[in-house]
Design a protein around this ligand. Structure first.
Ligand SMILES: Nc1nc2c(c(=O)[nH]1)N[C@H]1C(S)=C(S)[C@@H](COP(=O)(O)O)O[C@H]1N2
Ligand SMILES: [Mo]
Length: 398
């Protein structure tokens, strides 16, 4: 198949065309491609993968298994939407199986009209779709950034349900509970474990963001078990941990929720300037920090294509740049299919690469002028969450 021809069929093509036509808010950055970007992503027949020398030879990822975690071989990413059977999988307890017919979502707490919804009730409401990419808050160079994915999510808007529930004035916190449970020792001085559900929360002002959906579809298919069937939260622009899977209850309360995944785990410890005072601060992992990374290099005749991704909280971007060895930063081109909360794949055509080993790195800048930090510029941060530093890669050009 020639490189000019579409290699993806189906809905992706349409969305991409639509995105191209309507234009995408990327902070004024114009796509200058002479050919559609997606055709650069799906490798052409004349194109071959160039091995990274920082990746062990023959690097492969284990197959998806029940109860297990999964990550991507990021050097093989070749589509805007991550296929459902390759999207990364993380859970901290079990993967509960609930028959669709038995499923109920309960909305409770400081609301005037508590109610329950079946899956059929949810599906009978207006469906809303959004493209959102996210990574695990623990994603890092260790797995070559493999805890990542981008999908089109379909479901109902959270804000509609909250409005119908009739929020009372003293509600400040919205808690999302999954059906999966585990034993937790909540304090080191308490000689006791209690059973808790996976839970995450957010301030009510954040929860009223109309882009948040309760998704029962992923890339046009019913939400798969491993991704939280039949219903999960998708909070676009937030790290994966916010996207509670196997959602079965939403509770509105007047105090902070301090469960493990808000109060102890997925908490970043960092040294920060707190109003002029340098302090060690602990903060729940919430919005995705501005990040880019190179994931793939291919050779196409004499040229090389360097591909990578950007993730952030939805703030429009100003630029993505690539640097080769000690050369200047060069503009990369962003996939015009990108939207506010999707991942943004980028491509840089590297001409005249000399044989030998090279170091290549990317950095992203948003419209507020924030520039992705190097590892040296990162705040002191002993916890492993929120690893958004520039990630230099090594490639061997033959
Ligand atoms: N119920 C439930 N939801 C959960 C989790 C979990 O353990 N239980 N893990 C969270 C974390 S840490 C991540 S990174 C994402 C991963 O979503 P995915 O498996 O669909 O990629 O789910 C989040 N939602
Ligand atoms: Mo995660």
């Amino acid at each position: 198949m020639s490189k000019q021809e579409p290699q993806n069929q189906g809905p992706e093509l349409n969305t991409r065309r639509t995105a191209l036509k309507t234009g995408v808010a990327l902070g004024g950055m114009a796509a200058t491609a002479t050919m559609p970007f997606w055709s650069q992503l799906a490798m052409g027949a004349s194109e071959e993968l160039v091995p990274f020398s920082d990746m062990p030879e023959g690097y492969t990822v284990p197959p998806v298994a029940p109860g297990g975690i999964h990550y991507l071989d990021t050097s093989r990413i070749d589509s805007f939407y991550t296929p459902n059977d390759d999207f990364y999988i993380i859970q901290h307890y079990n993967q509960p199986q609930v028959a669709d017919a038995d499923f109920r979502l309960r909305i409770s707490g400081l609301i005037n009209n508590p109610f329950e919804l079946s899956l059929a009730d949810l599906k009978s409401r207006q469906k809303f779709e959004i493209d959102a990419g996210f990574e695990c808050g623990g994603n890092s160079p260790r797995l070559f950034q493999g805890l990542i994915g981008n999908a089109r999510w379909g479901g109902v808007r959270l804000v509609d349900l909250l409005e119908e529930a009739g929020l009372q004035r003293d509600g400040v916190e919205v808690v999302f509970y999954g059906a999966d449970k585990g034993m937790e020792k909540t304090r080191s001085d308490l000689d006791m474990e209690v059973e808790q559900s996976f839970g995450r929360s957010m301030h009510i002002d954040d929860a009223l963001n109309p882009d948040i959906i309760l998704a029962y579809e992923m890339n046009g298919e019913p939400l798969p078990l491993y991704h939280g069937a039949p219903l999960r939260v998708v909070v676009p622009g937030w790290y994966g941990v916010a996207n509670v899977k196997w959602l079965d209850q939403i509770h509105i309360q007047d105090s902070r929720y301090m469960g493990r995944f808000m109060g102890r785990d997925y908490v970043t410890l960092s040294k920060r300037d707190i109003g002029g005072e340098e302090r060690w601060e602990e903060r729940s992992v919430t919005r995705i920090q501005l990040k880019s990374s190179i994931i793939r290099v291919t050779r196409n005749g004499r040229d090389h294509n360097i591909t990578g991704f950007v993730l952030n909280d939805g703030t429009p971007l100003r630029s993505v740049e690539v640097k080769i060895d000690n050369g200047p930063w060069q503009q990369a081109e962003i996939d015009p299919a990108s939207s506010k909360y999707s991942w943004k794949l980028f491509n840089y055509t590297w001409r005249g690469a000399r044989s030998g080993e090279h170091t290549i790195v990317s950095r992203v800048t948003d419209v507020t002028g924030q520039v992705q930090a190097t590892a040296e510029q990162m705040p002191e941060k002993p916890t492993r969450w929120e690893n958004y530093a520039q990630f230099p890669r090594r490639v061997m050009i033959s």
